[in-house]
Ligand binder design. Structure first.
Ligand code: UT7
Length: 340
């Protein structure tokens, strides 16, 4: 008889951080040619959070990360891998934001690195953490999605500045011997032929910092909004149908559908295509806008802290972003219920 017992990766805890400053639709009315009514009707967004000038991606990531560590019932010393998903790192080249977050948390001498998958970053991290744990290489992985998107938004471009906000979310993915706690499945994909749909042209090897970058505002995010919108609805729906089918689960049996919070109309269209009830679909886009890699963990934290997410309940994540990238994950919440 073999003594082999499988190791499962489990989603052990959630934490998030939203900066204090609120940028409302009426604030935006005085900055660009837009109205509260237009923004609400076309996106569902009422307000978004903006980090302070001296509050960086790593500060927000560290705050979310500490909560996730505490709620997992472990200490910083137990974390053996730190990975951060961000497209707004503290530094564009080096060091990685994960290294800075690790230092802020007092986590030293463990592997730490960033990934870049835009809004799909957090679900990409789940696939990485799952692989590290199931291979036996790591036991407690801290994954963080953190963005200071306001640092790359052009507040004269009404096509983008109404959408994005700042924030961070984090989770501990731990080794478990219990199959019922296991992350069931993760799909993660990309298609670089749509790279120009969502792009920040500088700084990078194509456009190193120069006067041209400043003059032409190439350091700001550019988006083909309507084209991205249409592809998002199609891709998100298809991906969820596939992951549910592959795992023989019906959409109606998922208590918590947590889609990327980019635009209420995208979420509604995907939810309707899947015949999801309103009580299944998690919505935070109204109060946080699109926080890119932080969007999904901030939404999970929201239902956790409101007592809606309970131990053992199944979650379905679905996300889409620059790259283009997309990803979905099917997983039970393996942490303890919120204690206040
Ligand atoms: O997180 C990564 C994935 N990102 C996304 O999923 C974003 C997807 N895109 C969107 O959310 C939407 O495309 C937007 C909210 C960005 C835009 O909404 P839309 O319904 O696609 O509008 P549109 O770009 O087709 O523009 C319609 C009209 C245009 O005016 P004309 O040409 O019809 O006169 C725009 O200039 O709306 C105008 N417009 C605005 N009007 C008032 C665009 N932005 C604004 C604005 N306020 N902020």
């Amino acid at each position: 008889m073999s003594n082999y017992s499988p190791i499962y990766a489990s989603f052990r805890s959630i934490g998030a951080y939203a900066p204090q400053k609120i940028l409302s639709n009426s604030d935006l009315e005085s900055m660009v040619d837009t109205t509260d009514e237009w923004i609400l009707k076309r996106t569902g967004i009422k307000e978004r959070r903006i980090a302070a000038d001296d509050e960086y991606t790593s500060d927000m990531g560290a705050k979310a990360g500490l909560k996730a560590i505490e709620r997992a019932g472990i200490s910083c010393d137990d974390v053996d891998l730190v990975i951060c998903a961000t497209v707004t790192p503290d530094y564009f080249n080096m060091p990685s934001t994960a290294c800075i977050i690790s230092d802020k948390l007092g986590i030293h001498n463990v592997q730490a690195f960033d990934i870049s998958a835009a809004c799909s970053g957090f679900v990409y991290l789940i696939s990485l953490a799952k692989a590290f744990i199931e291979s036996g290489m790591k036991k407690n992985v801290l994954i963080i999605g953190a963005e200071k998107f306001s640092s790359i938004v052009d507040y004269t471009d009404r096509g983008t500045c109404i959408l994005f906000g700042d924030g961070a979310g984090a989770a501990i993915i731990s080794a478990s011997s219990k199959k019922e706690e296991a992350i069931v499945d993760v799909h993660a994909s990309a298609d670089g032929s749509y790279a120009d749909f969502l792009v920040t042209p500088a700084p990078g090897t194509i456009n190193p910092v120069s006067q041209k970058v400043i003059d032409e505002g190439l350091n700001f995010v550019q988006m083909k909004g309507n084209e991205t919108f249409k592809l998002a609805v199609k891709t998100l729906t298809k991906d969820v149908i596939e992951i549910l089918k592959k795992n023989s689960i019906n959409a109606e049996d998922i208590p918590h559908f947590i889609p990327h919070q980019a635009n209420y109309r995208i979420i509604k269209a995907v939810g309707d295509a899947l015949k999801m009830r309103e009580d299944q679909v998690v919505l935070t886009v109204g109060k946080y806008g699109n926080t890119s890699a932080a969007s999904i963990p901030m939404a999970v934290n929201d239902i956790y802290e409101s007592g809606r997410l309970k131990k053992g309940e199944m979650m379905l994540f679905d996300t889409f972003g620059g790259g283009l990238t997309w990803a979905s994950a099917l997983l039970p919440f393996a942490g303890e219920n919120y204690q206040g």
